[in-house]
Design a protein around this ligand. Structure first.
Ligand SMILES: Nc1ncnc2c1ncn2[C@@H]1O[C@H](COP(=O)(O)OP(=O)(O)OP(=O)(O)O)[C@@H](O)[C@H]1O
Ligand SMILES: [Mg+2]
Length: 388
């Protein structure tokens, strides 16, 4: 049975020496649909693992309620607290935590053993799940005789073998090299489609989140900042924090000048401030692939906003090149196709002066906190989306 998950008002503090410790999870609300693959994405320390551990019953929340399927597994007020083994959950953690003294077969079979599911043990289900993750030939080996990627897949098989309604995965691919990561990611995507479990998957890798998630929740300091489909998050990051997190790494400050907006002393072509035309300054975010780099004396197309910049570094990346530029104090990153149109850049001299240009419609603007307009000391306050 696949299970939906409902988290209501969940809070958690770790009581250290200071009595006024800030909450690690702060009134978190989240609904995961039946059969959905939900990705929790966020920077280190934002509370992803703690959230999974509370779902699993390994950590007790200070407040709130958790329902999995048709059961309440935790309710602070009603004093309900189901132990982990009663929650019908499969878990795959960052460190594979395979039993070193058990063979691969015994490791995978373990969740069936503790649930006393004799029939599945007898009828070859362990072997079938092992085959699903491409470990069929490893069944008699011990974990110490496996590569990291193989151990990771065994851990995945063990998390899925009991066909739990809910599978929790905490950065299960973080120890794999790039190629294996892609392979295991594809396997996992297929397995989810085939087996149809509900999944809560933690990562801080945005590419992984986009590839696997039906929806993604971007976390920040124990709360959810945005919950949407990958397309929704990518196309419309609601806050500057989210924009930065999903790769809109370029930040410009725009200043209002009458009806116009300027940055680095040039007018931003075709930008009217959107709903916050009354603000005096805005933070404006752009992806590296939305920046163009032009020779210094080239006349830019009329819809481009172009400003003077210095090339700091050019790196070849196969199909693209990554160019780091400085426009006054702002560091900007551009990703351009590695073709004839950019060959001049690859052979440019150090500190070459160029123009960096963008189309206003490609970026997104966000309000700036009034008391601080220096990017260096902005700690992403409660920013509101202002334009798109
Ligand atoms: N047992 C604990 N005692 C005290 N503080 C803890 C404990 N576990 C976690 N924390 C703190 O809670 C916060 C959230 O931790 P958590 O492990 O959930 O983060 P995370 O989002 O999983 O980060 P990462 O991406 O680095 O794994 C951190 O500031 C961490 O230091
Ligand atoms: Mg973690």
């Amino acid at each position: 049975m696949t299970a939906a998950v409902t988290i209501t008002g969940l809070s958690k503090r770790f009581h250290g020496r200071s009595r006024t410790s800030t909450p690690v999870i702060d009134d978190l609300n989240l609904e995961v649909r039946e059969g959905e693959f939900l990705v929790l994405l966020g920077p280190s320390g934002c509370g992803k693992t703690t959230t999974l551990r509370m779902l699993a019953g390994l950590e007790a929340p200070d407040a709130g309620r958790i329902r999995i399927g048709d059961r309440t597994v935790f309710d602070r007020e009603e004093r309900v607290k189901l132990p982990p083994d009663k929650r019908d959950i499969g878990m795959v953690f960052q460190t594979y935590a395979l039993w070193p003294h058990l063979t691969v077969r015994q490791n995978i079979a373990y969740p069936l053993k503790v649930r006393r599911r004799k029939r599945e043990l007898a009828d070859g289900w362990v072997e079938r799940v092992a085959a699903l993750v491409d470990c069929g030939s490893l069944l008699d080996r011990f974990p110490g005789q496996l590569s990291g990627g193989q151990q990771q897949r065994v851990a995945l098989a063990r998390g899925l073998v009991a066909r739990p309604g809910l599978v929790l995965m905490d950065e299960p691919m973080s120890n794999l090299d790039a190629k294996l990561r892609d392979q295991v990611r594809t396997e996992l995507h297929e397995l989810h489609r085939r087996l149809g479990f509900t999944a809560v998957f933690v990562t801080h890798d945005q590419a992984e989140a986009f590839a696997l998630g039906d929806r993604m929740a971007i976390m920040r300091s124990g709360r959810i900042e945005q919950l949407d489909t990958p397309e929704g998050v990518f196309g419309a990051p609601q806050t500057e924090y989210v924009a930065d997190f999903i790769g809109m790494s370029n930040r410009l400050i725009l200043q209002r000048n009458g009806r116009f907006w300027t940055t680095h002393g040039v007018d931003v072509v075709g930008f009217d401030g959107g709903p916050h035309a009354e603000s005096t300054s805005l933070a404006y975010r752009l992806r590296p692939d939305h920046l163009a780099v032009l020779p210094r004396d080239c006349e830019p197309a009329p819809d481009l906003t172009a400003m003077r910049a210095e090339v700091l570094d050019v790196q070849y990346g196969g199909g693209h090149i990554d160019v780091v530029l400085a426009a006054d104090g702002d560091r900007l990153a551009a990703r351009l196709p590695a073709d004839m149109s950019t060959s001049w850049l690859r052979s440019s001299v150090p500190h070459a002066v160029v123009q960096v240009a963008f189309r206003a419609e490609d970026g997104r603007a966000y309000t700036l906190r009034p008391d601080s307009e220096d990017p260096a000391d902005i700690d992403y306050p409660a920013l509101e989306e202002v334009a798109g």
